[in-house]
Ligand binder design. Structure first.
Ligand code: PGA
Length: 227
């Protein structure tokens, strides 16, 4: 079964950082046929990244958030139509850091999901254990059926302590019972080249933060799925 890896660079990297990352990454990059890597770079780097990844079919562009509003007078916002025009395929919405630091609510996230879908892209909806049902409630079944869900336990994000694979498998089951049996589910939280292989046995891929910031490590994460 094909797997999706998403590198979430968060608010890291400048232009020079992108170029040196790419240099290191390409030295060892390999991806099993059918698998995809999406790179969620900061908005400022998406245009350059688009040019760089263009010849490589299994690497896609992703964004880390999006305006909950359509095009209009919303100072500072980047809307879904603008991302789609740039070639973005996946948009992360509802990341716990957005909910925590930017006070994004379930309703706002639901608006983002609708905007992303209307622009022809795929929302990567982040959910947390304990809120799986409530976070789904603001969305209709049709929208849910077109999302990729990322399960990211708070304690595992950036902590170096990844969640137990058995507990991830149980939560994936719950997610599918709420969001639809066919919905792709990713695991996120301290994923490394060493542990990614275990997670993809119980879900459809991984959302990788810290370990994706280093080009060589990001390539190793992709290679770990080649076997
Ligand atoms: P981490 O971050 O891999 O650094 O734990 C994951 C995420 O927040 O998406």
């Amino acid at each position: 079964m094909s797997k999706l890896l998403i590198a979430n660079w968060k608010s890291h990297k400048t232009h020079a950082g992108l170029l040196s990352w790419w240099d290191e990454f390409m030295r060892d990059f390999q991806l099993k046929e059918g698998n995809l890597l999406a790179i969620a770079a900061p908005f400022t780097l998406l245009g350059e990244l688009k040019k760089i990844i263009e010849p490589i079919e299994n690497i896609k562009l992703a964004a880390q958030t999006v305006s909950p509003f359509p095009m209009g007078s919303y100072t500072g916002e980047i809307n879904a139509q603008q991302l789609s025009e740039l070639g973005v395929k996946y948009v992360i919405v509802g990341h716990s850091e957005r909910r925590r630091y930017f006070h994004e609510t379930d309703e706002l996230v639901a608006d983002q999901v609708r905007e992303v879908l209307a622009a022809g892209m795929t929302p990567v909806l982040c959910v947390d254990e304990g809120y799986i049902e409530s976070q789904a409630q603001a969305l209709d079944d049709d929208a849910l059926a077109h999302c990729v869900i990322a399960y990211e336990p708070l304690a595992a994000i950036g902590s170096g302590v990844a969640a137990d694979v058995g507990s991830v498998a149980a939560v994936v089951k719950t997610i599918r019972s709420v969001y639809g049996s066919q919905v792709p589910v990713l695991y996120g939280g301290s994923v490394t080249p060493e542990n990614v292989g275990e997670y993809v046995l119980v879900c459809d891929g991984a959302l990788v933060g810290g370990a994706s910031l280093d080009g060589a490590t990001a390539a190793q994460i992709c290679s770990a799925l080649v076997a």
